[in-house]
Design a protein around this ligand. Structure first.
Ligand code: FES
Length: 318
């Protein structure tokens, strides 16, 4: 479901913990103390920061807890998101959030294999909790990071039986071995840096395994040459019948927002899912880093910040 505009929520920071080198977690609660809405593992929230920047962070508390927790890695190339949180957010501050929202849900499966890289561990922590304590299903968890000291939640995961794999001690995660040893019907979840996700996807494909469930923090390289989206087309707002021309060099979001059509966006890169929009008719050219192959084949939703139309007309459920 797309966001609704009233979805913003001011929350109070009630705890701040240095979880690992460069990783801080903050716990958020309602100012009134009332219980925050529940969510499913894999969900994220948007954080609207005091400097005007908006970023998405996976929830990593227990999904039935009264409060929410997120963990933030200080990015060396931070453009005002992670560095702002590390340097400015303290207990007692109020932050504006939106969501939760889940594009990375845990499906039912006979067994699970989790592959985490660095801060990509965050959505997988509550997933593992659900698999162990609610589903009681067999699982394997591999967690790679630069160094032991940089790996948030390492001790707890290790005590549960996860494989901890610091790169400076053991090298890269042995993906070929990990994925070869998993039963054919084991469902694979991966979150981490783009190269790790690319390698897991490629190894699954090479071994004839189904595609893994992945969540990316940044846009993947999308091959757009020859995908049929580089032309002008018409976009129709179904509720009003208004029609707008989308030139080859502008996105649907740019055109709609430029004409006063309210459409929520955040990353503008096809990563976060904030702009997800239902398509009533027209063929979509998907250029996001989010939807699965099955989602794309269904052709019901698109990310209009990056995706386009194959034909000359796209009718959106707006
Ligand atoms: Fe993030 Fe479109 S705004 S996917």
């Amino acid at each position: 479901m797309p966001y609704v505009f009233e979805d913003y929520r001011d929350l109070v920071v009630i705890e701040r913990v240095e979880e690992a080198d460069g990783v801080v977690s903050i716990r958020l609660a309602a100012p009134s103390g009332e219980r925050l809405p529940s969510w499913d593992p894999g969900a994220h929230i948007d954080l609207k920061l005091g400097n005007g920047v908006e970023r998405q962070y996976s929830l990593c508390s227990h999904y039935q807890a009264d409060t929410w927790r997120i963990a933030i890695l200080r990015e060396p190339e931070s453009r005002g998101g992670s560095s702002y949180i590390h340097d400015n957010i303290k207990v007692g501050d109020t932050v504006t959030t939106r969501g939760p929202r889940n594009h990375f849900p845990l499906v039912d499966a006979p067994s699970y294999l989790f592959i985490a890289g660095g801060i990509g561990v965050t959505p997988l922590v509550p997933m593992l909790g659900e698999v162990i304590f609610d589903k009681a299903a067999p699982w394997t968890f591999w967690y790679g990071g630069r160094t032991r000291a940089s790996m948030a939640f390492r001790d707890r995961l290790e005590s549960l039986g996860a494989h901890i794999w610091p790169q400076d001690e053991k090298g890269l995660l042995p993906l070929e071995q990990i994925l070869s040893e998993a039963a054919p019907d084991t469902v694979v979840y991966c979150c981490g840096p783009g190269p790790l996700i690319d390698a897991v996807e490629a190894t699954c494909a090479r071994l004839g395994r189904p595609a893994p469930h992945v969540e990316r923090f940044s846009a993947k390289q999308v091959q757009t040459d020859g995908d049929g989206g580089d032309h002008e087309f018409t976009v129709v707002v179904n509720s009003t019948g208004a029609e707008f021309t989308v030139p080859a060099d502008r996105s649907i979001v740019e055109v709609l927002q430029g004409n006063g059509v309210p459409l929520m966006t955040s990353c503008a890169e096809g990563v976060c899912g904030t702009c997800e929009t239902k398509v009533i008719s027209g063929e979509i050219v998907h250029r996001d880093s989010l939807l699965s192959e099955e989602d794309r084949e269904e052709g019901i939703y698109m990310m209009p910040c990056v995706s386009r139309c194959k034909g000359d007309r796209l009718v959106l459920d707006l």
